[in-house]
Design a protein. Structure first.
Length: 108
């Protein structure tokens, strides 16, 4: 098994804007980086879903009393993240794709 090592240098920066910019850059660099290709594929697939779809699923689920509150909130939050073009986690992608599939099966 190949082990990858990442080194980070900690520095003190008195500028919150710079820190946020640096964190976004790091987030962009590591998008889809995973030891398992299927996880990267799940993230990519979930990120292709348009924000309007996530918002519509959340609204549909609330109006029709479908899914758990957790799933409805996750669908809404995935819409917010998609609007921001933010990176989602493997766990969010996995649950989001499950919600998308279940919504289609239940008549969305």
């Amino acid at each position: 098994m190949k082990v990858q090592t990442y080194y980070f240098t900690l520095i003190y920066i008195d500028s919150p804007d710079f820190v946020l910019s640096a964190l976004k850059l790091v987030q962009i660099i590591f998008v889809g980086v995973s030891k398992f290709p299927q996880e990267s594929k799940m993230i990519e697939e979930a990120c292709k879903v348009k924000p309007e779809v996530w918002f519509s699923i959340a609204k549909w689920a609330r109006e029709n009393n479908r899914f758990t509150p957790f799933d409805r909130k996750l669908a809404y939050n995935l819409g917010v993240l998609a609007n921001r073009k933010a990176v989602i986690t493997v766990k969010q992608a996995k649950n989001g794709l499950r919600i998308l599939k279940q919504a289609k099966e239940e008549g969305f």
